[in-house]
Design a protein around this ligand. Structure first.
Ligand SMILES: Cc1cc2nc3c(=O)[nH]c(=O)nc-3n(C[C@H](O)[C@H](O)[C@H](O)COP(=O)(O)OP(=O)(O)OC[C@H]3O[C@@H](n4cnc5c(N)ncnc54)[C@H](O)[C@@H]3O)c2cc1C
Ligand SMILES: NC(=O)c1ccc[n+]([C@@H]2O[C@H](COP(=O)([O-])OP(=O)(O)OC[C@H]3O[C@@H](n4cnc5c(N)ncnc54)[C@H](OP(=O)(O)O)[C@@H]3O)[C@@H](O)[C@H]2O)c1
Length: 329
């Protein structure tokens, strides 16, 4: 491709140069485009372009994204729209009796924020506190998050190369538009509860609650309670309330399958939860922190002897690990 312009010697003359009648002096700025309208981009190669990211939802995924983006990325504008009044997603919303994580807390946390947990499987309020403390420490709400804003529509605009978003400000009930080069759906695959299809359910005269929208602290003692479903929520609710209620009905449509896993080997008797005394948790947290430091330092090292080998057989799972574990309690 050839771009035509006047030869430089005809265009410019140094301010102090002696007058030379043979050199033409230009009395106006050079054109910004050539005769075809082509404009040269006055930007050094490799210059980082500022881009914008819109994220939907301020649960664990987005908090982790912010942390990593601040560490690793540049020239980024981030906006997160969250429909709730606070961060935390799953752990803000789910407050039914017995709601806890079902993988050991020591693993259900960010490698960059290790905590000493109160239980082997910690309960929802503590997990939410953990996520909220991350938000507070990093000031994420002030920097990036618009609470009580629900994304209602997101669409890719091919011509502009942008995601076009329609957002409802739930406080003022007004809708506005926003756009960004990138859109991250961190809305949570489980963040969409619905009532079971049971004829007449809404005519029930007693208190009707969904596990994902539970009135926290509702007193069930000495009441007749029916639980529908034996998924993860149903199992936790029944285990938690069965001693308190006057009568418990549990409707189970399909059998439930629980596979034995490594985590159960280290749980309490019969796989149950237990309150954590500090020493074992300190060991786990220390070994996690040590491993993280080793990884950061990138010094290849063999695993510490304190970290037990993963039991391979049923026998191994049943015996040595459990013995060690129960002695520690
Ligand atoms: C009771 C329960 C226990 C669980 N236990 C475990 C466990 O032990 N281990 C495990 O690995 N996983 C577990 N999970 C899965 C859990 O959801 C994920 O581990 C994790 O918390 C998901 O985080 P997230 O940020 O991706 O989504 P979420 O925590 O679901 O957050 C999504 C956020 O997006 C917001 N949002 C959604 N739609 C919109 C919209 N249109 N506009 C604006 N905001 C929106 C929501 O309000 C919410 O705050 C559990 C889930 C539940 C429900
Ligand atoms: N990690 C944790 O500790 C934890 C805790 C809670 C939830 N979660 C996660 O959150 C998600 C949702 O779990 P969930 O337990 O709330 O819901 P779920 O897994 O969808 O289970 C719903 C239960 O309700 C039953 N059910 C639905 N409609 C019914 C009807 N009309 N009549 C009778 N029974 C009916 C279902 O039976 P059918 O099987 O026959 O449909 C099932 O047993 C899952 O991904 C789960 O892993 C995790």
């Amino acid at each position: 491709m050839g771009i035509q312009s006047d030869p430089p010697s005809l265009l410019y003359s140094a301010p102090d140069a002696a007058a030379d009648d043979s050199v033409k002096v230009r009395d106006q700025l050079p054109p910004e485009t050539d005769q075809h309208g082509y404009r040269i981009n006055e930007q050094p190669m490799g210059t980082k372009r500022k881009v914008k990211i819109i994220l939907m939802g301020a649960g664990a995924s987005t908090l982790n994204f912010f942390k990593k983006a601040e560490e690793d990325m540049e020239n980024l504008e981030m906006v997160c729209y969250e429909k709730n009044h606070d961060v935390g997603g799953t752990w803000l919303e789910n407050r039914y009796p017995g709601c806890a994580c079902d993988i050991p807390s020591v693993n259900y946390q960010f490698s960059w924020k290790i905590k000493l947990w109160s239980h082997y499987y910690s309960y929802a309020p503590e997990i939410w506190d953990y996520l909220k403390s991350i938000e507070r420490e990093n000031d994420f709400i002030a920097k990036y998050i618009k609470l009580r804003h629900r994304l209602e529509h997101v669409e890719w605009d091919d011509t502009a190369g942008l995601w076009r978003c329609r957002v409802r400000d739930l406080e003022r009930d007004v809708v506005f538009e926003d756009s960004a080069e990138f859109f991250v759906n961190a809305g949570g695959v489980l963040n969409n509860w619905k009532w079971p299809e049971i004829p007449g359910l809404q005519d029930f005269q007693g208190k009707l609650m969904h596990s994902a929208n539970y009135e926290e602290g509702y007193d069930l003692s000495n009441k007749r309670v029916a639980v529908i479903g034996a998924g993860s929520s149903g199992v936790q609710i029944v285990a938690s309330i069965q001693q308190k209620v006057q009568h418990l009905y549990h409707w189970i449509r399909s059998p439930i399958w629980i596979t034995a896993g490594f985590a159960q080997t280290w749980a309490g008797k019969n796989g149950a939860n237990f309150r954590c005394t500090i020493p074992p948790f300190k060991n786990w947290s220390n070994s996690l922190t040590n491993r993280r430091q080793r990884r950061t330092a990138q010094i290849p090292q063999r695993e510490s002897k304190e970290i037990p080998r993963v039991p391979q057989t049923d026998r191994e799972r049943a015996q040595p690990a459990l013995q060690v574990h129960h002695q520690r309690q």
